[in-house]
Write a protein that binds this ligand. Structure first.
Ligand code: PLP
Length: 600
């Protein structure tokens, strides 16, 4: 064993007793400072005038755990969505921050009295909107520890465990999902590896940035005199109409063209469509460089056909990204792995454990086949961030946009160890079984139809007939606070998305949800023209979803071609002239809406 002599600054700051340890790990030498019971100081010693010392923290922390346990234990007693109007909080809080410290009990009293009434309870067993927001006790505890460590892991040296655990845990998860071994950091001869990003949008953006860099480098070989701007102008990215709007956003940021392609009637993008579009673009002098595919689309959980699209991308040297933000988590179950067929053609893949793997936001896992291609687009290396181990270690600051990064691998590690792959598979399978139960209930009722092929935890359904009926039904359900769901479009029809989200969802929750849907449908169908009731409902809907008038909806819908269930649109009745200040409404839309009202 060789010990490297490193110069360390003195380790005994004011009375602490420390020793140094040296060793060797897998051929790499390490030299660490180990703190042995500081004799004073630690969190209990104030260096600033904080209000909470270590003993306060111990006590308040335990109270907070009690509060959380009571919250979680009693969550089903609460309304799913809050009964508040936009702007409810402002009059309840002072308009400036307190000058003097306030007591813990005062702060906590305000949590219950002022904050909780405005919370939408995403962990509620009757929350069926969007996709699940990952959450579990092991994950919360892992995040607490990460917050306490409070390191910023931009490089290996900035906190070695932060980097190394991330690489290891991403290999664990990548193996469990069944990703090709080229994506795993520790497989023989691998150039790939995994990284945790903040969100799926960031994974898509970072992949597009990497693809753009490779495309420009390649174009420069043939056009050494072409400027970056000229070459950029020729680049085209592709996605399906079913892709998430983050692809559109990424293309905007990357300043490249985006071609949005029509999927088939199963909402699946097919190889021929991609091939024809790319060849047509090449004939016009453009360069296809990036294909964003989706496994588990936001609106209806459809799956693009990677078996067909992959070879097209390989032939044309196009970077194929696979966005599997929600559904990718289910690939830890053998029976879902066939839905990933064609993955061997992918350059990058992402899934979000913070959606469907019991891990709190933020934790979006992303793998690349070639990490050098990824970092080539993102490396900037100022002297003050360099360190002696750069050659042997990963510096995750080169794998994404931010420099600073939290110790997010801890919570995922806690989750994987606490549940085991087996426990996580049971969780996923329970959701899928319950979704099938809901689907059966819908199918048995001749007033309704199911609009998607239910493969995982999402059922898209609608009342037969005009879209207006389904809009009314959803509005009525959301305003009741008994359930929460959001709409989307499938094959141009307005549908309601019912997603199983709670960790411990049961058959009773599903049956309850169906009874609410069924009863409210009966009321709507028996009184479709009750305009008075509709108008009072319309006003309160503004709090929960982006809201526009029927006209604006139709116009905005034709402007945006992506069917992205995350930007739900509830339609105000055209005769409802009272538009309140709505902090959630997208400003230009609101102006447009107000203009429209003024002109009436
Ligand atoms: N991609 C898909 C398929 C999604 O379903 C979503 C959100 O639901 C996203 C991307 C965006 O996710 P994020 O909020 O993590 O950026």
């Amino acid at each position: 064993m060789t010990t490297i002599a490193l110069e360390f600054p003195p380790l005994e700051p004011r009375g602490g007793a420390y020793k140094r340890a040296a060793g060797s790990l897998g051929g790499h030498h390490y030299f660490t400072a180990v703190q042995c019971r500081p004799t004073f100081g630690g969190l209990g010693q104030h260096t600033t005038d904080t209000k909470m010392n270590v003993e306060d923290f111990r006590k308040n922390g335990k109270e907070m755990i009690d509060y959380i346990c009571d919250y979680v234990g009693g969550i089903s007693e609460r309304r799913v969505t809050p009964a508040v109007e936009p702007g409810y909080l402002r009059p309840l809080l002072p308009s400036t921050a307190p000058l003097k410290p306030e007591s813990w009990s005062d702060i906590m009293a305000d949590v219950e009295e002022k904050i909780m009434p405005g919370v939408t309870h995403w962990q509620h067993p009757r929350f069926h909107a969007y996709f699940p927001s990952g959450n579990s006790f092991p994950s919360i505890l892992g995040d607490m520890l990460s917050d306490a460590i409070g390191c910023i892991g931009f490089s290996w040296a900035a906190s070695p465990a932060c980097t190394e655990l991330e690489t290891i845990v991403l290999d664990w998860l990548g193996q469990a999902i069944g990703l090709p071994k080229e994506f795993l950091a520790f497989s023989e001869g691998s150039k790939g590896g995994g990284v945790i990003q903040t969100c799926a949008s960031e994974c898509v953006l970072v992949s597009m940035l990497a693809a753009r860099e490779q495309a420009i480098l390649k174009l420069k070989q043939d056009n050494p005199n072409g400027t970056d701007g000229e070459l950029l102008n020729t680049l085209v990215a592709y996605c399906s109409k079913e892709a998430h709007s983050c692809v559109e956003k990424a293309a905007k940021i990357c300043m490249v063209k985006l071609r949005i392609l029509d999927p088939d009637n199963q909402c699946s993008l097919r190889g021929n469509t991609v091939r024809d579009a790319m060849h047509a673009d090449m004939e016009s002098g453009l360069t296809p460089f990036f294909m964003s595919t989706t496994l588990g689309s936001t609106s209806c959980c459809s799956f693009d056909n990677l078996v067909e699209i992959g070879p097209v991308c390989s032939d044309l040297d196009v970077w194929m990204h696979v966005d599997s933000a929600y559904a990718g988590n289910a690939f830890i179950c053998e029976e879902f792995k066939p839905l990933m067929r064609g993955i061997e053609h992918a350059s990058s893949f992402n899934t979000n454990p913070n959606k469907w793997l019991l891990t709190n936001f933020d934790c979006s896992t992303m793998w690349v086949r070639d990490r050098f291609k990824l970092t080539q687009a993102l490396v900037v290396d100022p002297l003050y961030l360099q360190h002696n181990y750069s050659a042997q270690s990963i510096d995750y600051r080169h794998w994404g946009v931010p420099l600073s990064r939290r110790f997010r691998a801890l919570k995922l590690w806690f989750v994987l160890r606490s549940y085991g792959i087996d426990g996580l598979q049971r969780y996923i399978r329970n959701h899928c079984t319950l979704a099938k139960r809901f689907e059966q209930l819908v199918l048995k009722d001749s007033r309704f139809e199911v609009a998607n092929d239910v493969k995982m935890g999402l059922v898209c359904f609608r009342l037969k007939g005009e879209d207006k009926l389904t809009q009314e039904l959803l509005a009525k359900i959301n305003i009741s606070g008994q359930l929460h769901m959001i709409p989307s479009l499938v094959n141009n029809r307005y549908i309601i998305r019912f997603c199983v989200t709670a960790e411990h969802a049961t058959e009773n929750d599903i049956d309850f949800a169906w009874s609410v849907v069924s009863d409210m449908a009966a009321e709507i169908l028996s009184d479709p023209n009750n305009r008075q009731r509709r108008q009072s409902l319309l006003k309160r809907r503004l709090s929960f979803v982006r809201s526009v008038s029927r006209d604006v909806f139709q116009r905005s819908n034709s402007r945006s071609s992506l069917y992205d269930g995350c930007s739900p649109v509830i339609i105000l009745d055209e005769n409802d002239l009272e538009i309140k200040e709505d902090v959630f409404t997208f400003a230009p839309m609101k102006e447009e809406l107000n203009e429209e009202i003024k002109s009436k």
